[in-house]
Ligand binder design. Structure first.
Ligand code: ZN
Length: 203
């Protein structure tokens, strides 16, 4: 089994190589009270294990500079102890929807994979601010992902595999939602239909 740093590096590289997000973004893991996060100012594709920045619970940070969005990661880990991995991306379709400040409605059963019948969009706040991290926690609730207004998306997962697959899934859903809006108004699934999907997807 690889180190937690290698998990972060692998997720970061897969996100770039898959093409889901070509610019911006950061990745972290949380273990034994410590956050391991990608550094500021380096492309996710070029990151090595030695670049990963360690943030202790007292906010002691190694000599390296963490991602500017590290506050969001810290607040999300503090609010939900189940998820051990976080991805933040500026992927184009999720970002486009975030700019309209729309909660993604139950237009497709895979919205349920994120733990509810919507994927919510946060209130706007400046990147890197404490306010944005608070707004993110509110929009996320007990879901696996949310959009950040006029910015991008945050995705969480219990494992490295889950956070990566949900990152790809969210962008695909946002793309499908955008396209379906060009054909008309998508027909939304009912509360009961979404509840059935949530039960099936959580098995
Ligand atoms: Zn960002």
């Amino acid at each position: 089994m690889g180190s937690i740093q290698s998990d972060v590096v692998n997720i970061a590289r897969k996100i770039r190589l898959s093409g889901v997000s070509k610019a911006g973004g950061n990745v972290s893991a949380f273990k034994d009270g410590i956050i391991y996060i990608t550094p500021s100012g380096k492309d996710l594709l070029d990151i090595n294990e030695s670049d990963i920045v360690v943030i202790e619970s007292n906010e002691d940070i190694t000599e390296k500079k963490p991602s500017r969005e590290w506050q969001i990661h810290k607040s999300v880990y503090e609010s939900n102890k189940i998820n051990q991995f976080i991805v933040h991306v500026h992927s184009p379709y999720a970002t486009a929807i975030s700019c309209c400040r729309i909660d993604i409605p139950p237009f497709h059963f895979m919205v349920a994979a994120f733990g509810g019948d919507t994927i919510n969009c946060s209130q706007y706040a400046t990147f890197g601010s404490k306010e944005l991290s608070e707004n993110t926690v509110t929009a996320l609730g007990n879901r696996k992902a949310c959009l950040l207004a006029n910015h991008g998306a945050i995705i969480t997962g219990e494992t490295a595999e889950e956070v990566y697959s949900l990152t790809v899934e969210l962008e695909e859903l946002c793309k499908a939602y955008s396209i379906s809006n060009t054909f008309g108004k998508p027909v939304l699934l009912s509360k009961k239909e979404m509840e059935e999907s949530i039960i099936l997807l959580s098995k």
